[in-house]
Design a protein around this ligand. Structure first.
Ligand code: OSB
Ligand code: MG
Length: 352
């Protein structure tokens, strides 16, 4: 396929409720939607998940837009590709900027799946059917049990709780033990960094299926020590920017499980390499959310359809964050699952 055109669209919406973590209070979300076109006018869609400030990773909405428009698009435009992985190769001369690269590359993968007339999940080797839904409950401990009840009432069977050293381990344990049918994950977003190990160990008894990123991105030793002292599996998110990082995690025995985020990893090509590596190491994986809109979520659903991705990811209903999503139909959780669209490519129309 010849990449004949690339377009960028700004999307900005308030969240229905602020998303509060130790790192940031997110009240509105801006992303860039990418459209690539072939010579026949077919379209592929991607979504750049950088935040407006660098609180989660280094990239930003403005910086990634510059890199996509001024640096990456010129490398791709008018190129003839035999396979979407060639887009990643064309971008390899550009350092970092994984979210910018991922957004354009995702659009190219969608375009190729549409050219073949198959759903993206099939194009990448996934299995048709439904993806189990998972939601994140963030914010103050006062509303915690209420918010968990609402999530359970909405059908979610996997709930991720944001934790920090200030969280009430006894309260969390009560919540987890009183909902035995629910799989609870904990995400610390690095907030135990610089704290004594015993502060983290207090959460080992809660009954979490895993604890995500207790320490900072580069704190491999702290994660190794935590892992060797805890029964709860350690899962890394922020630490994993590439296949190299996954290999480092294994070598340093710093974690048991990884969160797949295509934006953080730089796109489908690198992510599929990571999936392959983890499969061979028999390491568990799941797909993480970025408070994203439907284009990114549709790509993530295709990723979660891979048989190697066994743990439930951050997959909430379009309605969870947004009054109206940018895709049609909206992405619905029914009986705790999201049914994969059988339409070609990502399987959803774009409304921007
Ligand atoms: O640490 O997993 C994270 C959202 C934005 C940035 C980082 C993280 C998150 C989430 C997922 O926790 C929220 C979601 O989209 O469901
Ligand atoms: Mg996380």
């Amino acid at each position: 396929a010849v990449i004949a055109g690339i377009e960028f669209h700004k999307v900005k919406q308030p969240l229905k409720q602020p998303f509060i973590t130790v790192l940031q209070k997110v009240e509105q979300r801006e992303v860039t939607v990418v459209i690539v076109r072939d010579l026949e006018g077919r379209e592929g869609y991607g979504e750049c998940v950088a935040f407006d400030t660098p609180w989660y990773t280094e990239e930003t909405v403005t910086g990634s837009r510059f890199v996509m428009e001024q640096v990456l698009a010129p490398l791709l435009i008018d190129e003839q590709l035999e396979h979407p992985a060639e887009a990643a190769r064309l971008f390899s001369t550009v350092k970092g900027n994984h979210m910018a690269k991922a957004a354009i590359e995702m659009a190219v993968w969608d375009l190729f799946a549409k050219r073949q007339g198959v759903p993206l999940y099939e194009f990448v080797g996934g299995i048709s059917g439904s993806i189990p839904a998972g939601v994140v409950v963030a914010g103050k401990s006062d509303d915690l049990s209420e918010n968990v009840s609402v999530a359970i009432g909405s059908g979610y069977r996997r709930i991720k709780l944001k934790i920090s050293p200030d969280s009430d381990a006894a309260l969390l344990k009560k919540l987890v033990t009183s909902n035995p049918e629910i799989s609870f994950y904990a995400d610390a977003n690095g907030s135990f960094s610089g704290r004594a190990l015993k502060e983290l160990l207090a959460f080992d008894q809660v009954g979490f299926a895993l604890i995500e990123q207790p320490y900072g991105e580069q704190q491999w030793d702290a994660h190794r020590i935590a892992r060797s002292n805890m029964a709860t599996p350690i899962c890394l998110d922020e630490s994993i920017h590439s296949l190299e990082d996954v290999k480092r995690m294994v070598k340093k025995q710093a974690g048991d499980i990884i969160v797949l985020k295509m934006g953080r990893l730089g796109g489908w090509t690198e992510t599929l390499k990571v999936v392959d590596f983890c499969k061979n190491k028999q390491m568990e994986m799941w797909v993480g959310g970025m408070i994203e809109f439907g284009v990114s979520k549709a790509h993530n659903l295709a990723l979660a359809s891979l048989p190697e991705v066994k743990l439930t990811g951050d997959f909430s209903d379009s309605n969870h964050f947004w009054r109206t999503d940018i895709v049609s139909p909206e992405i619905r959780v029914e009986n705790g699952e999201i049914k994969l669209s059988a339409s070609p490519g990502i399987g959803y129309e774009l409304k921007v």
